[in-house]
Every structure is written in C-alpha cells, then in structure tokens.
Design a protein. Structure first.
Length: 224
C-alpha cells in the first residue's frame, strides 16, 4: 500500500506541475489530485522538497528502464545509438506532462543540490550510453564529440517542446536526430536501422483520480 500511495502522489505531482504550473503545485493541491489527505503527503515524503525530489527520481528511473529495454533489442552499435534516441522520444516519455515536469526541475537544479545530483546522474548516463556505442565505430575524439552533440540535441528538442508555441512532433524530433547522425556516420549507417518501437518498461503505475483538470495521460504524444 505504501508504494501505491507514493506512486499516486508522484503522478499527481507531475499532473499538477503541468496543469497548474510549478508555482501553484502545493502539497494541498497534489493531495486533492491524488484523492488523499494533505497529511499523508508529509507522512511519505516529509515535505514538498522531498516529494519533488522523489518525482524527479521517478522520471529519471522510468527513462533509464526504457533505455535499457531498447538497448537490449539493438544488434549493432548504430542500432544502440538510435535505441537511445528512440527511447527518449517514445510514446511514454515525450508527452506534455513529462516535458513540463522536466522543464520545472531543470529550472530548480541550480538552487537544489539534491535535484542537481539527479540531473548530473541523468546526464552522465546519457553520455556514457552514447559514448559506449559510438566508440565501437568512431575514433575516441569523434565519438566524444558526437556523444556530446547528441546529448545536447536531445535536451534541446525537449526544451523546444516545453517552450515553443508549436512543439516539434515526436516523429519529426526523431528525424532531426537521425539526420544529424547521418551527417556524422553516413546515410547508409542510419538508413539500415528502422525506427524502434520502444517497449514500455514494466513499472506499475497507480491510477491518480482527476481533480480540477484531467489526470496526466502519459500516452499522449507531444504534437499538434
């Protein structure tokens, strides 16, 4: 039951950040969205900072599991690079609610050492995964440069999705990254790898009752 309650509150936090805005994401509002009392939030997370930290850890862990699942299906270094790209822009990840949550957390990283640690782990993991695959097909210096470029482009496309009036749709975002890779590795290397259908990581997600707006639907793509 404890894990179910924690997941309800985390999902409600994501929904509140998206629909109400970070400044209005209070413990009382989160509790209402989750259909729970405000006191139970403090019981599981101590305070708002603890709940926000747990929410960012949840987002990073879900992404990590999706990347792992995608990498297990890849059969070549090129496919491994594209598996990482496709996992970051999967139906489960590249959705308005999660984009809003990540943007809010990015804005807090410089003021919160705890959130900064989570962000640094995410960045190191992304870079390490890309570099491991790219070193199998490129010299070290080129692999390092391309891994850094891909990481920056992935984050940049997410930032565009959060801030642009017309966010870049999922398939277009993947196409932009593939075009960048094609320019670095050659068109043939990318053309031989189909766009992956990224499997959903098997992590149970508790239902979160709706409050003032629909609960977060993590299957709705960021596109218009």
């Amino acid at each position: 039951m404890e894990e179910i309650r924690r997941r309800q509150l985390i999902e409600a936090t994501i929904a509140s950040i998206h629909y109400d805005g970070y400044a209005n994401t209070t413990l009382a509002r989160i509790a209402r969205r989750a259909g729970l009392s405000a006191g139970i939030v403090a019981h599981y997370f101590d305070d708002r900072a603890g709940l926000l930290e747990a929410t960012m850890r949840h987002l990073a862990e879900d992404l990590r599991l999706q990347v792992i699942a995608a990498l297990h299906r890849a059969e070549s270094p090129e496919a491994r690079v594209l598996a990482i790209v496709d996992a970051n822009f999967s139906d489960e990840q590249y959705v308005p609610e999660l984009v809003s949550a990540w943007l809010a957390f990015w804005g807090l990283v410089r003021q919160s050492p705890r959130l900064a640690r989570i962000q640094h782990v995410y960045q190191r993991r992304l870079h390490s995964n890309l570099l491991h695959a790219l070193r199998q097909i490129l010299p070290d210096d080129r692999a390092e440069r391309l891994a850094r470029g891909l990481g920056a482009l992935i984050d940049g496309l997410w930032l565009n999705s959060a801030l642009a009036e017309r966010p870049i749709p999922q398939q277009e975002a993947r196409a932009i990254l593939r075009a960048y890779l094609a320019g670095e590795l050659g068109p043939a290397a990318v053309a031989e790898v189909p766009v992956a259908e990224v499997p959903v990581a098997e992590v149970p997600v508790a239902e979160v009752p709706a409050a003032e707006a629909p609960a977060a639907d993590h299957r709705r793509r960021t596109s218009r």
